[in-house]
Design a protein around this ligand. Structure first.
Ligand SMILES: CCCCCCCCCCCC(=O)SCCNC(=O)CCNC(=O)[C@H](O)C(C)(C)COP(=O)(O)OP(=O)(O)OC[C@H]1O[C@@H](n2cnc3c(N)ncnc32)[C@H](O)[C@@H]1OP(=O)(O)O
Length: 252
């Protein structure tokens, strides 16, 4: 298993080998039961935050939740990391905290107008292309910070993730090296939010993006970020084969 010291490169290398061999499953093959479980846990978290029931009912609920955790632990993966290929040809990590389909702690982030994602990164013969990535999200009371508004860290997570995907879409992805968020107004929960981002330029290994969150058409937060891919990741990404066919089904 990869430890923190290896920068995740071992896990990525294994994932790219599997991608090359056609072994990365499709996101579309994730069973409905897996998605349903995630949605129900999100509902559970929301209900837990909002509940006003007494201690006895809480204790009863806690017993049920413990039983559910026990059921899920009956079979576990060696790695939490679960790669899958999206319909746009992008490799996603289904348990990541930004939008992971199999992570109930991730906000419900839905990408729209998603342009075809670059599947070939760091290809010297292809100029990065600036594409606008747009996502919809509705935060809940479980994401609140000060009364009535979203937590600033959650707002930063949304921006980090969507700006990161904009650099992936451009063909120059990386890890977040810096994220500068300007909180212009309260970001509300329980209302539709729109998150927009686009890659702007590269300076050497640094890939820059900007983006913003809008509620009811008004910008509540904006960000600039720099993403950097370590050399070993660049070499992995650069040989990401576009033509790989997925044969596995997701066992999630
Ligand atoms: C597959 C499906 C996934 C699917 C998942 C999808 C995820 C979407 C996006 C989520 C993104 C994340 O959360 S990523 C996770 C959070 N981020 C991280 O864990 C990153 C931790 N940091 C690192 O690993 C490292 O510091 C790196 C890789 C970022 C950079 O290390 P390095 O390669 O050694 O580079 P380093 O020499 O430090 O810096 C290179 C150059 O950049 C400059 N530089 C460094 N930081 C900054 C900065 N904040 N702003 C400006 N410039 C900077 C340096 O001065 C230097 O300039 P010069 O001397 O060259 O001029």
């Amino acid at each position: 298993m990869a430890g923190p010291a290896d920068n995740g490169a071992t896990v990525f290398a294994a994932a790219f080998e599997r991608f090359a061999e056609g072994g990365i499953p499709e996101v579309a093959d994730v069973p409905d039961a897996s998605l349903d479980l995630v949605e129900r846990i999100r509902d559970l978290v929301e209900a837990t935050v909002r509940t006003d029931v007494g201690p006895e009912v809480r204790a009863e609920a806690a017993e049920l939740v413990s039983r559910a955790a026990e059921l899920l632990r009956a079979a576990t993966h060696d790695q939490v990391v679960r790669f899958a290929r999206t319909s746009e040809g992008r490799i996603d990590q289904l348990t990541q905290a930004g939008s992971g389909l199999l992570n109930p702690q991730a906000p419900r982030l839905v990408f729209r107008e998603t342009p075809e994602m670059a599947t070939q990164a760091f290809d010297d013969s292809v100029e990065p292309r600036s594409v606008e990535v747009v996502a919809d999200c509705r935060l809940t009371a479980a994401h609140s910070g000060p009364p009535g508004r979203a937590h600033g860290g959650v707002v930063a997570t949304l921006l980090d993730h969507v700006l990161g995907l904009a650099t992936s879409a451009a063909g120059v992805p990386g890890f977040t090296a810096g994220l500068d968020v300007r909180y212009r107004a309260a970001t509300p929960y329980d209302v539709p939010l729109e998150i927009r981002a686009r890659w702007t330029h590269c300076e050497g290994r640094k890939s820059f993006a900007t983006g913003e969150i809008l509620a009811d058409g008004k910008v509540t937060a904006e960000a600039t970020a720099v993403f950097i891919a370590p050399p070993e990741m660049r070499s992995l990404w650069s040989r990401n084969p576009r033509s790989a066919a997925a044969e596995d089904t997701v066992r999630a």
